[in-house]
Design a protein around this ligand. Structure first.
Ligand code: SF4
Ligand code: SF4
Ligand code: FES
Length: 330
């Protein structure tokens, strides 16, 4: 016989709902999903929850536990205090279907919008050859289990339904980065595509997506920042933007338009150095050379405010939970 614990579970559907309280048995070694299953078996047989593998591999059991997006099957009950209330709510970024089940169709639409891998002309399947080093580089991104916790936590869409049209989200930025690193992908510049079509510019590197990824994929450091760095000169710099307004494209595309006050001043430089002239208004701040600062790359601290608040520790205490039903317009 285990101990009795206090659970609060959100019940409802797309018309609304509320948190319901339960006293439920918890045994040693159990995870939150076990307890949800016990609730189904003993107290509330119609409680809806999505799951499949119970091994952290299918990505189905995504939910918010004490306010933090997590996999129910990988969240041990031993991580909570004995008297702590465990509050379970559905993913907030996606519309609720029922109870803990949300409609994650947004992600499938974004997957469909991403142009597929395309090998160079004349290279047939079976003739693809890659260096092991290239395989290893993209291997990290292949670990994704499509749990969409990163999509759920990203503040760009979490509280802004209106951004969903233009923003693909971190799961699809890692796909773009993976294809960008693929030596046989001939579909074009994935970084430019991510900027133009996937809304890469909306991301301000809060690193919340990395924080919740159960596969520990360094989404921000290894995918988003490298892509941003390479498009940042042209896209983010206000002086370059102004230059593009003033000059014709063919003038701007002239090689070696090195500005006199360029810190490098190197004759071999190609392209303009407009970006070294003025402040850059958007986060993350760029260094004098127009690149992300080393601190951005190495600091553990998020570069911008977390949607949870910078001083927030997880799991959130129940009284701090701010769950609002999407239909209520929050
Ligand atoms: S770093 Fe922040 S803003 Fe960028 S995709 Fe991840 S959660 Fe969203
Ligand atoms: S990147 Fe990580 S958090 Fe995002 S869907 Fe994949 S496994 Fe889940
Ligand atoms: S049930 Fe498959 S990841 Fe949790």
């Amino acid at each position: 016989m285990g101990t009795m614990r206090h659970f609060r579970v959100w019940r409802g559907d797309d018309t609304g709902g509320s948190l319901e309280d339960f006293q439920v048995e918890v045994n040693e070694g159990e995870v939150v999903l076990d307890v949800i299953h016990r609730l189904q078996a003993t107290q509330t047989p119609d409680l809806a929850v999505r799951w499949n593998c119970k091994a952290g591999k299918c990505g189905s059991c995504s939910m918010e536990i004490n306010g933090k997006p997590r996999l129910g099957c990988m969240t041990r009950m031993s991580t909570f205090g004995d008297s702590e209330t465990v509050t379970v709510t559905p993913l907030r970024t996606f519309p609720v279907i029922r109870d803990l089940v949300t409609n994650v169709n947004f992600n499938y639409q974004k997957a469909r919008e991403l142009p597929a891998f395309a090998p160079p002309k004349g290279v047939e399947p079976g003739e693809y050859r890659m260096q092991q080093v290239d395989v290893e580089r993209s291997q990290e991104f292949r670990k994704c289990i499509e749990c969409y916790l990163c999509q759920n936590v990203c503040h760009v869409v979490r509280d802004h339904e209106e951004n969903k049209k233009a923003f693909s989200g971190p799961r699809f930025f890692i796909r773009a980065a993976e294809l960008d690193m693929h030596p046989l992908d001939a579909r074009g510049d994935r970084k430019e595509l991510a900027q133009a079509e996937q809304g890469l510019g909306y991301c301000n590197i809060t690193k919340c997506c990395t924080e919740v990824c159960p596969e520990h994929i360094k989404i921000t450091d290894n995918a988003i920042i490298p892509m941003k760095e390479r498009v940042v000169d042209r896209r983010y710099d206000p002086v370059t933007w102004l230059g593009r307004k003033i000059f014709r494209r063919d003038q701007l595309d002239e090689p070696a338009v090195t500005h006199a006050s360029s810190p490098t001043g190197a004759a071999s430089d190609t392209g303009s150095h407009w970006h070294q002239q003025g402040p850059v208004p958007q986060e993350p701040a760029l260094g004098a050379d127009g690149k992300l600062t080393v601190a951005e790359l190495y600091l553990d601290r998020p570069a911008a405010a977390s949607p949870f608040g910078d001083d927030q520790e997880f799991p959130l205490p129940p009284e701090k939970l701010r769950y609002n039903h999407p239909k209520n317009g929050h």
